[in-house]
Design a protein around this ligand. Structure first.
Ligand code: GDP
Ligand code: MN
Length: 403
């Protein structure tokens, strides 16, 4: 589960990670109030307005309606209201959102931390994630902060520092110092970076995160180290023990069909193809998607209805698939191991009747216990549904349906 920057920064702060302070706002008026409050609390007289969407690249991204960037600087209080107006309610398009962009419902009004001083402010990159192959957490750091890290990794991989942390042992002091040293820091900035990395690692473990990406981490002109941006991903499977974090879920940021599917306990992922599919079991679902590809189609979704599929789950699955305008045919592929094929067939027929006229052809492939009876129920239903027993037969019917 992803959370917004302002939520991520609050989480980090609660673990003692220094952040660029800010206050979230949902209207130009509250943005101005937030700026005044920040001025009183931090003394800042410049304000950074940052669109809160679940996507990066906001600084270079543009709001479709106004042309404003997704991160802008206001150099006086009088500019805050108008600049906030140009972002709030608009559609922000960044390299990560795709052309359709994302609606901005909130902005973070933050203090300016790039103020001049004894040295130039300098941006770094820092992330923590799980390295599945090594069974360790890995801290990645780079002096090339603020930029597209994928490009740095590709062109100058030597500029990415990696430090693996054994989860059983935890982060050791020398490891945090090693990273800070390799980043070329010294004096107070070095000490600050060690503190920053240590607190960040504690936050990562404490929140059961699967990814933290802080880009940029800033060394201010007076040698403070702080998080300017924060991308945090919490492991969904751990949310049951983080009720407070689970509440941060912003459904407006998620695919509406996926949200609806989750309510019916369906494992659904929206894809871009033209053949909707409904399958019991994730492995069979993957195989079915391959088969759709082989038949010349493209899967419109991944949908695993689970082991105990019945008329209710089948109907919920149908309704979700049918809301996708790209769907030209639906393939149901069920293996009757735990559940009997005749029960599934009855479920399909019932669901079909309850939804009414379904405008696209449906191919039902049932295999396993009572497969023949299941096929018979489908064929004799009088509905626009055809049965198949072998995968090959199902593939041919899909091909005929979409061509
Ligand atoms: P992203 O573009 O979505 O990754 O958003 P970031 O939070 O990383 O911000 C983008 C850029 O805004 C940063 O790389 C900075 O250059 C700039 N920025 C952020 N905070 C400040 C600030 O306090 N002062 C100034 N002058 N620039 C800032
Ligand atoms: Mn960033």
């Amino acid at each position: 589960m992803n959370i917004h920057e302002y939520q991520a920064k609050e989480l980090l702060k609660s673990y003692g990670v220094r952040i660029q302070e800010g206050i979230v706002a949902d209207s130009p008026e509250t943005a101005l109030k937030a700026a005044k409050k920040l001025n009183a609390e931090t003394g800042t007289s410049w304000y950074v307005l940052k669109a809160q969407i679940h996507a990066g690249g906001r600084g270079k991204g543009k709001v479709k309606e106004t042309g404003s960037n997704g991160v802008v600087l206001a150099k006086k209080l009088e500019e805050v209201t108008d600049k906030a107006k140009n972002i709030l309610g608009g559609t922000l398009v960044t390299i990560q959102t795709g052309e359709e962009g994302k609606k901005v419902n909130k902005i973070l009004v933050a203090e300016d931390v790039y103020y001049p001083g004894a040295s130039e402010p300098k941006e770094y990159y820092l992330s923590i994630l799980l390295d599945r192959a090594k069974g360790c957490n890995v801290i990645m750091a780079s002096t090339e902060g603020g930029m597209d890290i994928e490009e740095v990794a590709e062109k100058t991989p030597e500029k990415i520092i990696k430090e693996w942390v054994d989860p059983k042992v935890g982060l050791q002091g020398f490891q945090a110092r090693k990273v800070a040293f390799k980043l070329g820091l010294e004096g107070n900035a070095f000490k600050e970076m060690v503190k920053f990395i240590t607190a960040l690692y504690n936050a990562y473990i404490g929140s059961d995160a699967s990814q933290f990406e802080i880009n940029p981490v800033l060394k201010t002109s007076d040698d403070k180290i702080l998080a300017v941006d924060a991308k945090v991903n919490i492991d969904d499977n751990a949310l049951y023990r983080h009720k407070d974090l689970a509440e941060l879920r912003d459904l407006a940021e998620e695919d509406p069909l996926e949200v609806e599917a989750a309510k019916s306990d369906l494992n659904y992922v929206k894809l871009d193809g033209n053949v909707g599919c409904m399958v019991n079991g994730a492995g069979l679902a993957m195989a079915t998607m391959d088969m759709i590809k082989l038949s010349g189609g493209d899967p419109a979704n991944f949908l695993d209805v689970g082991g105990g599929a019945n008329a209710t789950t089948v109907e919920a699955g149908f309704r979700i698939i049918l809301q996708d305008p790209n769907v030209k045919a639906i393939l149901i592929n069920v293996f009757g191991g735990i559940v009997r094929c005749d029960r599934i067939a009855n479920g399909v027929v019932e669901a079909y009747k309850s939804i009414g006229d379904i405008p696209v052809p449906i191919i039902v492939r049932l295999q396993g216990t009572n497969a023949e009876e299941g096929a018979k129920i489908i064929d004799e239903s009088g509905l626009k549904v055809s049965s198949a027993i072998t995968l090959k037969e199902a593939a041919e019917k899909v091909r005929a349906a979409i061509s």
